[in-house]
Design a protein around this ligand. Sequence first.
Ligand SMILES: Cc1cc2nc3c(=O)[nH]c(=O)nc-3n(C[C@H](O)[C@H](O)[C@H](O)COP(=O)(O)O)c2cc1C
Length: 379
Amino acid sequence: MRARLERDFEQFRGGMPPDLAAHVLESYRIDLTARYLGFTLPHPIGKGSGQLSLNQEQLDTDRAAGLAFVVLKTVIAEDESGAQGMSAWAIHETRMRVERVRSASGLEGWTVNWKGRGWDRPFEDYLALVRTAGEMTRSGGMVAVPSVKYHLPKLDEEFREQEYRHTTARLAEAWGGDFLALEKDFSPTLAGDALADERDRILRWLREVPALIRRGAGAVPVRLGLKLMNARHGQPFQLDMVKAATGADLLVCFNRLWSEAQGVAYGGYDLSDRNLRALEAVKSAGLRRPPLSGTGNVESGRMILEYAKLGCESMQLHTFFQLPLSEYPATAGSRTQRALHGLVFHPESGLIAGLLDLEETGRIHRRDGMLRFLDVAST
Ligand SMILES: Cc1cc2nc3c(=O)[nH]c(=O)nc-3n(C[C@H](O)[C@H](O)[C@H](O)COP(=O)(O)O)c2cc1C
C-alpha cells in the first residue's frame, strides 16, 4: 500500500481522480467518510468561512475540486430596517498578505495578514449566494452553509431579537429545504474587542444565542454550529466555553488567535498548538458535548488526524488554500485541488499515510477489511 501511495502521489500531481473518496476506498480499503453539522461527507476536508467563499465561482471551483463542504463568508445580521448591532464588523478590506509565521515552539508556518471583518456588501447579495449554497447542498454537489455574526450585548443589556428573527428567517427562506444549516461566528476580532473583556458575558452569549437563533427561524428547524473564539482569558476558559455551548449541534474549535500588539488575527503553529491543548482538556473532561469540527493550521493529513484523535469529525481550512503555488507538490489544478492532493496523498504527511500508521500502531483496526476515518474520532 505504501508503494501504491507513492505511485498515486506522483500520478495525481497532474490531476486528481474524479471521485477522491471512491478511489481511496477502492485502492486502500480506507473509508474517509466524515461528518459535519449532521451531514455525512465523503471525506473530512472543508473550507472555513472567509474570503475564499464570497461568490458562486469560488463555490463551483471547490465543488469541481471535490471539496467536502464550504462555509460561506460571515454576514453581519440586521433587522427589518437594515440596522446592525455589529455594524463595526461590516467593514471593507480587500488586501490579504500570506506570510510566514514562527510559533513560540519554533515552527515555521503560514498566516494570512488581513484587517477585514465580515461581509461588506448588501444582505440581498448574500441571500443570493445562500440560495446557490442551498441548492448545491441538496443536489448532492457539495454541502455549503451560511455563517452569521448576530448582535451580542453587554451583561446588563438585552439581545436585539429583531436581528435574530429577521436575519435567520431570511436565511432560512433563501437556503430553502426543510431545515436551515448555519454557523454562528465568534471571531478573533471579537475576542480582541472590549465587548469580550468579561468571561461571564461570553458565557451568557454561548448559553443564550442558540435558543435565540432557533426562535428566530420560527417553524424551520436549525442545525446550528457555534464557531468558538480563542478568548483572551487563558486556555482553561476554552473548556468553560465548550461547557456553556451545549445548545449547539456542532462546535467549530477554535477560530484564529488575536495579536493585541499588531491588531490582527493570526494562525500558524501557535494556533494549532493552542487548539489541540484545549481540545485535549475537553476530551479529558469527558463532557457531554456537541460534535466537533476542527479548524486552525491544518497543513497536512497528519494535522487532520491530530484534531480527529481529539474528537473532530471534519476540518475547516482557510490558510492552506492560500499558499503560494510553489508550496503544493501538485503541478496542475485549482488551489483547492492541489491542496487536497497534498493533504490526502503525501506519502509521509498525508491522510492515507497517517491512517496506515495508526493501523500499524494499533490505534485503529480494520473492520470487514476496512479502515475508517471516523474510528479515529470516536476512540
Ligand atoms: C482572511 C481570513 C478571513 C476569515 N474570515 C472569517 C469569517 O468571516 N468568519 C469565520 O467564521 N472565520 C473566518 N476566518 C477563519 C477561518 O475560517 C479559519 O477558521 C481560521 O483561519 C483557521 O484556519 P486556518 O489556520 O486554516 O486559516 C477567516 C480567516 C482568514 C485567514
